[in-house]
Design a protein around this ligand. Structure first.
Ligand code: GAR
Length: 210
């Protein structure tokens, strides 16, 4: 992770409360002063910095990270605000065991600066997506999504904040489902077992009575 680490905090909090029946074994960042490292230390979780520029290739960098993860016997890798694309070396080591949170409704707006892209493209809704990580950029099978409206006066920051509130809900939920062994990947789809019923609710923006 490399942002403020609020998603990391939501995962830590949900492991501490018992909502997620698992623990955070190690936190790794490529940014030495990422606040998430401090959050980890405050919870006595090992915190490591791996400097991307110290490695000749992206694969060497990822191999080093894989070594750290394996030394901590990590089962699931959680990318929480991690801004680097992971290489095949990483994917192969943790096939179907890496999940990412993305601040848009994939497959719309993969990549970076996606809250601004949603505004600039006139989207009436945006949201966030938790997905398994594959070789593409934000292309892996989708586990969960949450939808928020895009308001006429939204800026990047106001939309990002509205989305982040939902990230803190669906990311722990997805980790919990994984820890419970309830996520089955079937091609591009993720199926939850046993099946859950989803409310047949419709969101319309602008409202029909406008
Ligand atoms: C979150 O909005 C997350 O979805 C995004 O970075 C932010 C990190 O916030 N991730 C990406 O854009 C991944 N490409 P946080 O550090 O407070 O969790």
């Amino acid at each position: 992770m490399s942002g403020s680490g609020s998603n990391l905090q939501s995962i830590i909090d949900n492991t501490n409360s018992g909502y997620i029946d698992a623990g955070v074994a190690v936190v790794i960042s490529n940014v030495a002063d990422a606040y998430g490292l401090e959050r980890a230390r405050l919870h006595d979780i090992p915190a490591k910095v791996v400097d991307f520029l110290s490695f000749p290739t992206r694969e060497d960098y990822d191999s080093h990270i894989v070594g750290i993860l394996n030394s901590h016997e990590v089962d699931l890798v959680i990318l929480a605000g991690y801004m680097k694309v992971v290489t095949k070396v990483f994917i192969d080591a943790f096939r179907n065991r890496i999940i990412n949170i993305h601040p848009a409704l994939l497959p719309s707006f993969p990549g970076l600066h996606v809250q601004q892209k949603a505004i600039d493209n006139g989207a009436k809704f945006s949201g966030c997506t938790v997905h398994f990580v594959d070789e593409g950029v934000d292309t892996g099978p989708i586990i969960a999504q949450a939808v928020v409206p895009v308001l006429d006066d939204d800026t990047h920051d106001t939309l990002a904040a509205r989305i982040l509130i939902q990230e803190h809900k669906i990311f722990p939920m997805a980790v919990r489902l994984y820890a419970q062994g309830r996520l089955k990947i079937q091609g591009r789809r993720v199926v939850i077992t046993p099946p859950v019923s989803v409310a047949d609710e419709v969101l319309i923006n602008p409202p029909l009575n406008t």
